[in-house]
Design a protein around this ligand. Structure first.
Ligand SMILES: C[S@@+](CC[C@H](N)C(=O)[O-])C[C@H]1O[C@@H](n2cnc3c(N)ncnc32)[C@H](O)[C@@H]1O
Length: 250
């Protein structure tokens, strides 16, 4: 089986069964805009360093699945313009507010990547952080990232699906066995099939929020089950390993 099919099957395997989804009181896939606001002080990470190296003396950035722009605005000082692409309008509003607060020229493009790639245009450096695990059909997504970049691409992802650590709770609350997550190695396999040999750096991300309300929503549970979630949350082994995948173009 080729790597793109392995990726797609693993991603599809992590879908939520329709009978559980139908009873969900909130959209379990919704990304909370407050959580993805760009920090006022950039966090120094391998992804930021890789993008700064590609930018060298300066250039423009295109942030795909930008959220509030944490990836793009970590490069302020070196970038002259930032374009943010996201399928959620509230994320683009947050991106725009962050650009204005930094006096940085910007543009936002609403829609799904790669469908809106032509509208987004090109930039010196393309960044896409924590989006791959949302994608089933990876080759067109990655091809469009590469085609949009004049110098190179920096992708950041968790080494496993970012909610894979919740798998024991799907079993506990829904009796649902989750198949293995797609991994960074699976993504690298897809890139190689496309003729891309990325540099891969693995690193530990700072600890994330501990939020039983968010976890209950992800698990399609109503609010009155939050105390039950809270009681078992600390028993879980939360993997926080991230990976930075970098490749040059041209
Ligand atoms: C986990 S958040 C990461 C946000 C930001 N890149 C960061 O690292 O803080 C994923 C974001 O990608 C967006 N997204 C997911 N798939 C997308 C797609 N195919 N096209 C455009 N946006 C997408 C979501 O709306 C969300 O804002």
């Amino acid at each position: 089986m080729d790597a793109a099919t392995v990726w797609a099957e693993r991603q599809e395997g992590r879908g939520i069964p329709p009978e559980i989804l139908a009873k969900a009181p909130n959209n379990p896939f919704h990304h909370d805009v407050d959580y993805f606001a760009a920090p006022s002080q950039p966090v120094d990470t391998p992804s930021r360093r890789a993008a700064l190296e590609l930018l060298a003396d300066g250039g423009t950035v295109l942030d795909v699945g930008c959220g509030g722009g944490a990836a793009a605005f970590a490069l302020v000082g070196r970038i002259t313009h930032a374009t943010g692409v996201d399928q959620q309008q509230d994320m683009l509003d947050s991106f725009a507010a962050a650009a204005r607060a930094r006096d940085l020229p910007y543009r936002t493009v609403a829609g799904r990547w790669p469908d809106v790639a032509a509208e987004a245009g090109t930039a010196d450096v393309v960044v896409s952080h924590h989006v791959l695990h949302n994608v089933v059909d990876l080759p067109p997504f990655v091809r469009a990232l590469t085609a949009a970049a004049r110098r190179g691409v920096v992708v950041e992802m968790m080494t496993q699906h970012p909610t894979a650590w919740l798998d024991p709770l799907w079993e506990r609350f829904h009796g649902l066995h989750r198949p293995p997550s797609a991994t960074t190695d699976d993504a690298v396999g897809v890139l190689r099939e496309l003729g891309i040999e990325p540099a891969v750096q693995r690193w530990e991300r700072a600890s994330d929020r501990r939020d039983p309300v968010w976890v209950a929503r992800r698990l399609c549970l109503p609010e009155d089950r939050v105390p039950e979630v809270d009681a078992v949350l600390d028993d879980l082994d939360r993997v926080r390993t991230a990976a930075t995948l970098t490749w040059t173009v041209g």
